[in-house]
Ligand binder design. Structure first.
Ligand code: AMP
Length: 387
């Protein structure tokens, strides 16, 4: 059984509508037989990688899906096929299956599809032990909060244009609820903006940064005391917070912007009534020139140390995160987004990457998550990496 004791007082603490508390987590874990933990994921996004990695680390696995097609698909990948399935009529029904899942000793690994299918609000109330810090996902889901976090971390972000009449060079217009770049558009001036914009939706106008895109996949292990240690700032000044690792790096294939040039200039395309779109269709592995790595680590370290200061008593970053960057021809990074969880861009690296292989052959981000859970079980620290 989970060794840390839970006081009766902790369990009786009012929830005050604050979502899941640390006392909830401790209470659930007190009922877990940690030798029987199952790694669970919604069968989508990066689940093949997560389940495969969990199996390699010796865990039993469970997948959650809607529709028999998913189950059939996973039978094509026996190396990731889960030991058990939870089949639902609707992903929101997951909210009512939590007791059953806790009896199965499930730890959920969140990814982009889980949060999208459940909705951020439901996700924050999901009564299941979940890998990582859900509080951080709230910061991730607001563009303004993200920007604040990145800038406080010492990352340069693309300029934001508050008044569309000030557009005097190419900008990218992003809608608040847009998924996977769908609906974004480029405008060269105010006229362009007026012609394309849907004023009924909330949007942000960002400087269009010209350069090469690199999506940097990091892992922060708060339990590891060796390697590239992150140093605390402000309330944690002087403390070492844990180990930062670079797992892999990808570039997304985006349809149709990545193939647009084949049809001519932007002006030619406009004459054909075509506009570029940014819908992610796949991912490719990349590596960064080595002289840019110190800056990549500096930015990631800043993001991790600042994550502990986002709110009072923040538990900070735990596990996988991704910095979405553009490197300009001046060899400067602009970070246009952060994801505080495993990203689908890590999928090309199921059997390791040019970076993770240096430390241990065959280490994917999915497997690294299970390794972190395994180590936490061995050292009685599960409550420090879950929420
Ligand atoms: P996002 O939804 O922020 O991840 O952006 C989707 C895609 O839009 C990115 O992968 C880039 O191709 C492009 N993009 C986003 N922001 C910018 C920017 N400020 N400048 C240039 N391209 C961008």
């Amino acid at each position: 059984m989970f060794s840390e004791c839970v006081t009766v007082i902790e369990c009786l603490l009012p929830r005050l509508n604050m979502g899941i508390t640390e006392a909830d987590l401790r209470w659930w874990l007190s009922g877990y037989d940690v030798s029987q933990v199952m790694i669970g994921a919604v069968a989508s996004h990066s689940a093949l990688q997560i389940l495969h990695g969990a199996k390699l680390e010796g865990f039993r696995t469970l997948a959650i899906a809607v529709g028999a097609d998913k189950r059939r698909l996973y039978s094509a990948f026996p190396g990731a096929e889960p030991d058990e399935w939870l089949m639902l009529d609707d992903y929101k029904d997951l909210m009512t299956q939590v007791e059953w899942l806790r009896k199965k000793q499930v730890i959920i690994i969140p990814h982009g599809s889980l949060v999208e299918y459940l909705g951020a609000d439901n996700y924050s109330k999901l009564e299941l032990p979940t890998f990582g810090n859900r509080e951080i996902l709230r910061w991730e889901s607001s563009r303004e909060k993200q920007r604040q976090w990145l800038e406080n971390s010492g990352c340069k972000t693309p300029k934001v244009i508050n008044d569309p009449r000030d557009i005097d060079s190419p900008v990218i217009v992003k809608y608040a609820g847009a998924k996977g770049g769908r609906g974004y558009f480029i405008a060269r001036d105010y006229r362009d903006f007026r012609r394309n914009v849907n004023l009924d939706e909330e949007f942000t106008i960002q400087e269009y940064v010209l350069g090469c895109r690199y999506y940097l996949h990091f892992f922060f292990d708060p339990l590891a005391e060796d390697g590239y240690q992150v140093h605390g700032i402000k309330s944690n000044a002087g403390k070492t917070l844990g180990r930062l690792e670079l797992m892999s790096m990808d570039r997304r294939d985006e349809s149709n912007v990545d193939e647009f040039y084949k049809l001519g200039s932007l002006r030619d395309l406009r004459e054909m009534a075509l506009e570029p779109s940014f819908v992610v269709t796949g991912n490719m592995p990349v590596v960064l020139r080595e002289s840019l790595l110190p800056e990549a680590f500096r930015m990631a370290e800043g993001v991790v140390s600042t994550s502990f200061e986002l709110e009072e008593n923040s538990r900070g970053m735990i596990g996988a995160f991704c910095l979405e960057t553009i490197v300009t021809d001046k060899l400067e990074f602009r970070v246009f987004e952060i994801s505080a969880r495993i990203v689908a861009g890590s999928n090309p690296f199921v059997s390791g990457s040019s970076y993770s292989d240096i430390n241990e052959k065959g280490m994917s981000t999915g497997r690294r998550i299970s390794r972190c859970i395994k180590k936490a079980i061995e050292t009685g620290n599960l409550n420090r990496i879950l929420s």
